[in-house]
Design a protein around this ligand. Sequence first.
Ligand SMILES: Nc1ncnc2c1ncn2[C@@H]1O[C@H](COP(=O)(O)OS(=O)(=O)O)[C@@H](OP(=O)(O)O)[C@H]1O
Length: 244
Amino acid sequence: MPSLMVSTASNSLDPLFGASSRDVLNNESDLDSRGGEDWDEIRSEQRTLDNNVVSSLFNESGPVESKKLPQAIIIGVKKGGTRALLEFLRVHPDIRAVGAEPHFFDRNYDKGLEWYRDRMPETQEGQITMEKTPSYYVTKDVPARIHTMSPDTRLIVVMTRVQDFLGLRRVVGHKHFHFNPAKGFPCLKRPEGNSKPHCLGKTKGRIHPNIDPEVVQKLRDFYQPFNRRFYQMTGHDFGWGSWS
Ligand SMILES: Nc1ncnc2c1ncn2[C@@H]1O[C@H](COP(=O)(O)OS(=O)(=O)O)[C@@H](OP(=O)(O)O)[C@H]1O
């Protein structure tokens, strides 16, 4: 299970963004934000989840709702399981999230905060508004921009293992998940009823190529000093590169 790093926008993430890393991944195909089949698939996944899972946990006759700027943003990392994390989080009744990646702080910043707010779902008092755009992690201007919006925004980075965060009530648990051996990861299921568990689509759970062990070793050696710096910053040794 991936883990999370949680920070607030007042904690600078600049050390993570070397000048050369600026926008380095923005030209890659972005399966969560491009048009076409993947997009449709995610939109339809979104609808299914909204209809089948989330809405069943909401009280329709609740107080008046309004759109708010996000208090928590999953900013990375790409391919770190950010979609799964967001979908799992939004099962919680105190979390409302926008399905599509808004890319506000990297690509759409000139559209302004009202444009951004308008992308967000309606929320009731006490609910947390969230979004995820993993390319924020590799865009140098993003931390300062989020800080300008609100220094209290929670920034979430998927690392290697899950910890408690956001101070949520314990509502979501094992009963909401089913491990799918073919996919190799857990999928959402409704705790009540016996409908089929809902897995994210074919862009998740790709078959990985075998990588030459020499190349793997080169990558480990290359990243070792960066990992060490990161362990120092976070005060936690993640042990990356030490497994065989
Ligand atoms: N439970 C669950 N559901 C769905 N996907 C899961 C899950 N757990 C991990 N993963 C793996 O997360 C990888 C995709 O990460 P992201 O959603 O962050 O991708 S993206 O950057 O937004 O395109 C993707 O990895 P790859 O298949 O290697 O691409 C998924 O397999």
